[in-house]
Design a protein around this ligand. Structure first.
Ligand SMILES: NC(=O)c1ccc[n+]([C@@H]2O[C@H](COP(=O)([O-])OP(=O)(O)OC[C@H]3O[C@@H](n4cnc5c(N)ncnc54)[C@H](OP(=O)(O)O)[C@@H]3O)[C@@H](O)[C@H]2O)c1
Length: 370
């Protein structure tokens, strides 16, 4: 029997600053239809931190259960099959999907096709299907080895951005003449801004696309070139409150929400709540004037897939993806973080908002050659 040493990076559920490495082992004697994957790399952004913040409420801890009181944050990346006990999945095949922050993942294969497979492990059932599908890189029309880091970072975020743009257009932008994006420097906001700027040009639309960001990121957001106007959070009181406005909120910051709601008042026609990057400042003294509407990408994705059919959905997102990836490639520099020390530092820096938005962060927990 061959013994394979593995590691999980676990975090304390009620105190995310605390983390713990857990060593475990797998053997090559796995059950029928099981496959052991070795995780090559995964991306890490604030989106992963948000999985931890809402882990209990939105079941993110259920994907990769670990010791009591701790959780494993899911991350998007690539892994290779090292042991297979399924006739249609071969050692060496590579799959893109939802992995634990770990060196390995054991899956139980279902619905295998040339496109990929579904993990039917018991504890993952009942969770949104989009997270349980693993894409075979050999048959992924949008996969290239040159862009795999960008795929790892942006693909899950881009789908959300695509759906936000699609939803706003379907609603005729709620007749708004101003669209305000908070945490405008975040990766998901970058893709939203790129798509909206493109749509504006293509369809001759006239709304003002305003990016709100922190002082330190103003120059970067301006440089993106997709926002018509960029402001720091300190300047919110100067925005034009007489325009009918949409807010697409990635920050979750209570103060920013409070100021925008108070200032725009009846002119806030749609308050789209997408993210919680500023997780340490989500609440304040008084209740917010309005609740806003939560935007959960998997729900919108399922709706659109039903309406368009899977083929059209993939065709539409694929075309938009290609345009975005060409635009973002020269802007983002990839930073690789290897081993447990690399991951620990990146985890804490991301948790504490110390990440430069110019960087796209990739983790290799299995050092090359391991
Ligand atoms: N609802 C959904 O279905 C869905 C889907 C995808 C993503 N999201 C959410 O969208 C958000 C953005 O994710 P992302 O991965 O694109 O983020 P990201 O690229 O890692 O965002 C980085 C930016 O967020 C702000 N920020 C990060 N950490 C912060 C902190 N601790 N305190 C204050 N500001 C902080 C800063 O922007 P500024 O300086 O510009 O504020 C920073 O440049 C996440 O909350 C994610 O979960 C939601």
């Amino acid at each position: 029997m061959v013994v394979i040493k593995a590691l999980d990076f676990t975090v304390k559920i009620d105190e995310l600053q605390k983390h713990q490495l857990v060593a475990k082992t797998y053997s090559d004697e796995i059950s029928s239809n099981q496959v052991l994957l070795k995780v090559d790399k995964f991306s890490f952004t604030s989106n992963n931190i948000t999985y931890g913040i809402v882990g209990e409420r939105m079941s993110y801890w259920k994907f990769f259960p670990t010791q009591s009181g701790y959780g494993i944050i899911p991350a998007w990346g690539f892994a290779s099959v090292i042991i297979s006990n399924h006739p249609d999945v071969k050692v060496g095949q590579r799959f893109y999907g939802y992995y634990p922050m770990s060196t390995h993942l054991l899956v139980t294969i279902d619905h295998v096709s040339s496109k990929g497979f579904v993990d039917k492990t018991e504890h993952r059932q009942g969770l949104p299907p989009i997270y349980n599908f693993y894409t075979n890189t050999e048959h992924d029309p949008n996969f290239t080895p040159e862009t795999e880091n960008l795929i790892s970072i942006f693909r899950p975020l881009f789908i959300t951005s695509f759906l936000i743009d699609d939803h706003l257009a379907a609603q005729d932008f709620y007749q708004a003449t101003q669209l305000i994006v908070t945490s405008a420097s975040s990766k998901t906001a970058q893709a939203v801004a790129c798509l909206l700027a493109h749509r504006k040009k293509e369809d001759g639309l006239r709304f003002n696309l305003l990016g709100l960001t922190s002082n330190k990121n103003v120059a970067f957001v301006k440089q993106l070139g997709w926002y018509d106007q960029t402001m720091s959070y300190d300047e919110i009181s100067h925005l034009n409150a007489s325009e009918k406005s949409i807010v697409v909120d990635f920050t979750g910051n209570y103060q920013t929400q409070f100021q925008l709601q108070t200032l725009l008042n009846g002119n806030l026609v749609y308050n789209c709540l997408v993210g919680l990057v500023d997780w340490q400042n989500l609440t304040g003294e008084n209740p917010l004037p309005q609740k806003g509407k939560l935007f959960f990408a998997p729900t919108y994705a399922e709706k659109r897939q039903k309406e368009w059919g899977a083929a059209k959905f993939h065709q539409n997102t694929g075309m938009a993806w290609q345009q975005f990836i060409d635009a973002i490639q020269p802007i983002i520099s990839i930073e690789e973080h290897s081993g447990t020390e690399g991951l620990e530092q990146l985890y804490l820096d991301t948790l504490n908002g110390k990440i430069d938005p110019r960087h796209g962060n990739i983790v290799r927990l299995n050092k090359r050659g391991d």
